[in-house]
Design a protein around this ligand. Sequence first.
Ligand code: AHM
Ligand code: MG
Length: 335
Amino acid sequence: MENKNQTLGEFIINNQNSFKYSSGELSRLINSIRLAAKVVNHEVNKAGLVDIIGETGKTNVQDEKQQKLDVYANNKFRNTLINRNIICGLASEEDESFISVNSIDKNNQNSYVVLIDPLDGSSNIDVNVSVGTIFSVYRRISEIGSSVTIDDFLQKGRNQVAAGYIIYGTSTMLVYTTGDGVNGFTLNPAIGSFYHSHANLKFPKKGSIYSINEGNYFQFPDYVKKYLKFCQMEEDDRPYTSRYIGSLVSDFHRNLIKGGIFMYPNTSKNPKGKLRLLYECNPISFICEQAGGLAIDGESNILDIHPETLHQRIPFYCGSEKMINQLQTFIKNSK
Ligand code: AHM
Ligand code: MG
């Protein structure tokens, strides 16, 4: 049961012992993400004022260079996690290579690496539509105290110890899991604290929303085309409703609350899919499974895929178990 008076900070302390590696290190990490999220939220909320207070790339009234919001968010999360000596390695959608914190602080003894999409759906910023941040946390596999290696980041999603997202929407929420269910916290902007608004989030058993960029219809694999027609058919509990924001965090969050399926298949434009395995699909899939849903790439469970590269793309289907199972019937029949 949620205790709506409980802040995220209190929740982290109260639940720290349910985490198997409990040493306080992961709690400090989530706390730092919470802090950076509040700063980024403040900036995202000002986005509509950009034309008034100075365009991106120009100098603002405080004589600071204004940055694009995704670069801004990247810097905020990076500086918060690295300067506070919380992690040993960081990889981001915005950076080609990963950062080993050990090359900055030789005494770094931390055990966690973080992968992050600092501002997902950023093309929606200009039109005042919700965007998000997605993060994924692993224990390093290389020796503590040494520089991290690419293998610390290329772990399968099943090894994640925590994952979450922040949605900068009509209200700002932080949703995360440490493998013991999914909890959501809503920011009270007047006080600047996240409150426990959604305890133990679960996908409704029966979903009726499908989310896909249907403009790419003619590029989809045949099984997706057939499944879409199935969704639209007047039969049993169908037709389902089509809802697509174009911002993964927002589309996923809505489907989690209301029940639904999100799809980003491979297309001729993006033959390997568009979404990134390590900092988009894996964390969302971990949350999805923890909430009783399923996430697949069309062949395997996302969390069982062995990543090959940092910025790897994959086809992505996730959501209510029943809907993913329906899709899987079409995949099987296409073979
Ligand atoms: P981004 O990381 O460049 O923002 O791209 C990821 C976004 C997702 O949030 C969203 O699901 C998808 O791209 C939308 O793509 P499209 O515009 O092709 O439908
Ligand atoms: Mg993204």
